[in-house]
Design a protein around this ligand. Structure first.
Ligand code: MF3
Ligand code: CO
Length: 253
């Protein structure tokens, strides 16, 4: 069942989301060659606790860290490590969530480390733009797969591919609630979108083939062809005034 959130609940979710957005902004500013993903994880946790929020991923199905750090050909759920030191030309996905007062927020960005290749830059741009294409369809009266279809058609028209194995999700009083939101599919299918639905939309876009596999650590998802992948995520409320991006610090800017 998809829970429709009252304005009061949306404000609670927004509180969590704004903390996530602020922490991701801070982490982005720290990204440079020489920084370890371990340090980024520690920083994310420290900042969350300082704001009285709880990192949402730590302990979730046994995930051991607060932050997911997915480097280059890692797609999602990359694990922070002291040995993982960022270097010029890398792209790093930072995925972070918190809960506060019983409500959750979730967001991800992919960030360049120093100068990156033109194709990596294009991949990141198309991945982020595809998220906004999806968000623009999160409108009352549309169907869920209108979001999915907008993402897929945008990405494939630009020659990249969409990961099938992982999906976006409802979010509110749990990190993952119904519905699941694939990033591909025909338009016009699934539930009708209603005011009060809160959705975490999160396309994962590959430079090469769509296929992914999970490494022996049972978390890190990587591309089968070992070409790079980008990931962006926002928590979005469906409202009478259109989609409202709750994980954006300055909406519209
Ligand atoms: N943003 C991801 C998601 O929504 C991160 C989950 S990582 C986990 O699924 F460790 F919490 F599983
Ligand atoms: Co998510």
């Amino acid at each position: 069942m998809i829970i429709l959130r009252s304005q009061r609940e949306i404000e609670k979710i927004r509180k969590a989301c704004l903390i996530v957005a602020e922490i991701l902004e801070h982490l982005k500013e720290r990204i440079q060659p020489g920084v370890s993903t371990w340090d980024l994880d520690a920083l994310s946790e420290e900042m969350a606790i300082k704001k009285s929020a709880k990192p949402a991923f730590k302990g979730y199905h046994g995930y051991p860290y607060s932050l997911c750090t997915s480097l280059n050909f890692e797609v999602v759920h990359g694990m922070p490590s002291k040995k993982c030191i960022l270097k010029e030309g890398d792209i790093i996905s930072l995925d972070f969530g918190v809960s506060i007062d019983g409500y959750f927020g979730d967001s991800a960005v992919t960030v360049p480390v120093g100068e990156i290749s033109p194709e990596a830059r294009t991949l990141c741009k198309v991945a982020e733009d595809s998220l906004f294409q999806g968000i623009s369809r999160a409108v009352i009266g549309n169907r869920l797969s209108d979001i999915s279809h907008a993402i897929q058609s945008y990405v494939e028209s630009r020659g990249f591919s969409v990961v099938r194995e992982f999906v976006g999700h409802g979010i509110g009083q749990a990190l993952h609630e119904p519905p699941q939101i694939p990033n591909y599919g025909p338009p016009g299918k699934g539930v009708k979108l209603k005011a009060g639905m809160v959705l975490a939309i999160e396309p994962m876009i590959n430079l090469g083939r769509a296929e992914v596999e999970v490494l022996e650590d049972r978390w890190t998802a990587v591309t089968v062809d070992r070409r790079i992948s980008a990931h962006f995520e926002h928590t979005v409320a469906v409202t009478q005034n259109g989609p409202e991006i709750l994980t954006m610090r300055n909406p519209g800017g």
